[in-house]
Design a protein around this ligand. Sequence first.
Ligand SMILES: *Cc1c(COP(=O)(O)O)cnc(C)c1O
Length: 376
Amino acid sequence: MSETAPPDERSQASRPLPKAGIMDIHAYVPGKAKAEGFAEPIKLSANENILGSSPKAYEAYESAERSLHVYPDPRATIIRTAIAERYRVEPERLIFGCGSDEVFALLNQTYLEPGDNMVQGEYGFAAFAIGARACQAEVRYAHEPNYRIDVDELLKCVDERTRLIFLANPGNPTGTWIPFSEVRRLHELLPPSVVLVLDGAYGEFCADPAFDDGVDLARGSSNVVVTHTFSKLHGLAALRIGWGYAPAEIAQAVDRIRLPFNTSIAAQRAAVAALGDAEFQRASLELMETWRPWLTQQIGGLGLDVVGQSAANFVLVGFPKTPGKTAVEAEAYLATRGMLVRGVGNYGLPDHIRITVGLEAHNRAVVDALADFMRG
Ligand SMILES: *Cc1c(COP(=O)(O)O)cnc(C)c1O
């Protein structure tokens, strides 16, 4: 953490100075959306749903068109009720946000003060740390051997100033996951004063019976928050809506600082419709079951290192350091072929790129282009 500027230094400055630490934060880098020379590039850079959104969600979105002048329901009652029924949880324990990103930010703001720390994996999602730093807290990165969260490494970072642990399972950008037995062990060994946030943004894509998003653990605990989003499986990234299931005391504390109208009418309605569209969800999951292993196998066959067995809607690919064959050059080359992927140097992975699973034609095009790239 940077030095705290003494208060009088800021009062005597010739222009307003941000509080200590703000200018040390690197703003979130979104996946690229443009490739030169291509009006409609294939965008595989942001883990969006390649099938779009549920037709029922489009209809619900359109139904909000005549309500633009009305404030949304601050309690988001329609989606609160729908989530409570679907996940069999208490509605008053739910927190809704402008994406799950806002739920993370609210948890950071509620629990972190200067001198506190937050713990996450070394390749953990950037949004967790940005919000923690904005609270002038220290961010501690636990080593992830083989690109996978390691519970003992997380625990090693915990001390008496730890207030939060963020664990995305499966992780982004790694795509790797840890079995629920390990999550439970982490919870058992944590001091009860630490909030354990289980980010299930990609949880729906993991079909392994050893995986669990932690809702049942959260139900009976006083320090576990499980988050989910409508941005990935449900294809509603543009509408910005996500949620957390928290102990009542945490939900109540967060509600004191939450902006009142933080999810829109369109988002609330579309989310209800999306949650009810089992067919769209099934199609999205089937696409993953078919093409994730195919991509893994084909890209591996080119001599590239596909990390772990991704359980998310993307694969992470390692490249050699040989000039002409690097990850940076691969990303640039794919862009010349109209394909956008995600360089992850900002996650401490300069030799990798992350590729969202696409439709059949996209996946074949990516593999063909990577084959040409590797041939030189
Ligand atoms: C995409 C993603 C989310 C979801 O973010 P939203 O703000 O809900 O769109 C959460 N966590 C991780 C790790 C993600 O990659």
